[in-house]
Design a protein around this ligand. Structure first.
Ligand code: FAQ
Length: 312
């Protein structure tokens, strides 16, 4: 069929709100955008395991250790669903991993900040998973079928993650003055980087307009960021913590908060590879991959043996 006709069929599907499936024709740029976004999302999930993984042995009780362990394993599972969704677009897992390890592909800026105290595990669950869900709820309705279906499953788990983080923060905030100060310090350090997770402001986001037209994104970076602020500020107040923004103010007419400006220079530096932990995170990722080489070789050898048996 002619490309013009195929484009018309694709456009009509997007307009009707139908899903695009792997075997459907799609414009090259739609495919490229999705490979970029889904693979970066997958990378974020597995790099995101590192700052929390560092705390598994130091969790303050067996219960906390079990919950954190389960959460970190969930993130690994999310990475797998997302790599699988990206593979349906014709890129291999090896290529994606190579792009991550060579620094060509990005992963979420948030994971380039250090986790200094136990309260950071609370702040990550509450704020980082909270921001991730805000973004992922809209992605459940993204136009590419395999991505949308992966997001539905991921969102169920992320909402548990958010609650476990908020529970850690609530317990610390109601604890000794030292514990409350530790919770406040974690909020102070993670607040602004969490707001940056939503990406640059719409006016300087090169991809948002086209991604909205293709219904890959269903809400813009700024819309989601505002929703996150409106949802999270009352949660902080409820447990007696203060959001570190002197410009934060409830606007009765808008039924929404006015708030300050993130440090976009810091954001740009972090996504260029110059954040406080970029080198450490990528180094740990590459090392984990190298240490796992024998597992991949054994799995490939097993698969080859099974194929020989079928062929015989
Ligand atoms: N960090 O034009 P836009 C999680 C890049 S999952 C790094 O606005 P777009 C779970 C962007 O890639 C968190 N880079 O781009 C968890 C683009 O660069 P490129 C991850 C960023 O794609 C929790 C450039 O800036 N979630 O946390 C960031 O339309 C706890 C221009 O930006 C997702 O990936 C950033 N924050 O919108 C795990 C959700 N923001 O590629 C463990 C899916 C922007 O052209 C523990 N992704 N950039 O070189 C999305 O919804 C979108 O990709 C956005 C960015 C909204 C992130």
């Amino acid at each position: 069929m002619e490309t013009i006709k195929l484009q018309e069929i694709f456009d009509a599907k997007i307009d009707r709100g139908d899903m695009i499936e792997p075997k459907d024709w799609m414009p090259d740029d739609y495919r490229k955008t999705l490979i970029r976004q889904i693979s970066q999302h997958a990378h974020s999930e597995i790099v995101g395991m590192l700052p929390e993984g560092n705390w598994i042995t130091r969790a303050p009780s067996l219960r906390r250790k079990m919950v954190l362990l389960a959460k970190v394993q969930d993130e690994g599972g999310h990475g797998l669903y997302l790599y699988s969704a990206a593979e349906t677009m014709g890129i291999s897992r090896d290529e994606m991993i190579e792009q991550l390890h060579s620094g060509k592909a990005k992963y979420s800026s948030i994971f380039n900040y250090p986790t200094l105290t136990w309260a950071d595990m609370g702040a990550i669950g509450w704020l980082v998973d909270g921001a991730a869900i805000m973004n992922q709820v809209m992605l459940q309705k993204t136009s590419y079928g395999p991505y949308s279906r992966a997001m539905i499953r991921i969102c169920k788990e992320e909402s548990f993650h958010q609650r476990q983080g908020y529970e850690i923060m609530s317990v610390l905030a109601a604890g000794t003055p030292e514990q409350k100060a530790m919770a406040q310090d974690a909020l102070n350090r993670f607040w602004w980087p969490s707001l940056m997770m939503f990406g640059p402001p719409d006016a300087s986001s090169p991809n948002t307009a086209q991604s909205m037209r293709w219904k890959i994104k269903r809400e813009t970076n700024d819309e989601l960021r505002q929703k996150f602020v409106d949802r999270t500020v009352p949660q902080a107040e409820f447990i007696g913590l203060t959001v570190p923004d002197k410009d934060l103010k409830w606007d009765e007419a808008k039924q929404s908060y006015d708030w300050g400006t993130p440090d976009w220079e810091e954001f740009n530096n972090v996504i260029k590879g110059n954040g406080p932990c970029n080198k450490e995170r990528l180094g740990a990722r590459v090392k984990a991959h190298e240490n796992g080489a024998w597992v991949r070789e054994a799995a490939a050898a097993y698969a080859a043996k099974q194929q020989q048996k079928v062929a015989a």
